[in-house]
Design a protein. Structure first.
Length: 95
């Protein structure tokens, strides 16, 4: 079985609207949404995109883009502060 999960970030789609999410849900199982980067950056489309995806029945995964010049503990805390009240089912990192 193939598991489809597109990703969203400020580089490819600034916000997943409710209509976008319903369209994605026709062919995908989940949506990966960039949440954070480094010690302080938060993707401003994260909360709305994640909520819209869940409302369309998609599972959501949040990811953090690692900054190699910043403490891993600091970055993990920043990510957790941003995603802890969301409905994501998993967290991951990218570098």
């Amino acid at each position: 079985m193939q598991y489809l999960m597109p990703d969203v970030s400020s580089n490819n789609k600034p916000l997943i609207s409710a209509d976008d999410a319903r369209e994605i849900a026709k062919t995908a199982h989940a949506l990966m949404v960039k949440a954070t980067e480094g010690a302080s950056y938060t993707f401003d489309g994260f909360a709305a995109s994640e909520k819209n995806a869940r409302s369309a029945g998609l599972k959501t995964v949040a990811y953090h883009f690692v900054d190699s010049g910043v403490s891993g503990v600091t970055q993990a805390r920043h990510m957790w502060d941003v995603v802890k009240d969301s409905g994501v089912v998993a967290l991951c990192t990218d570098w």
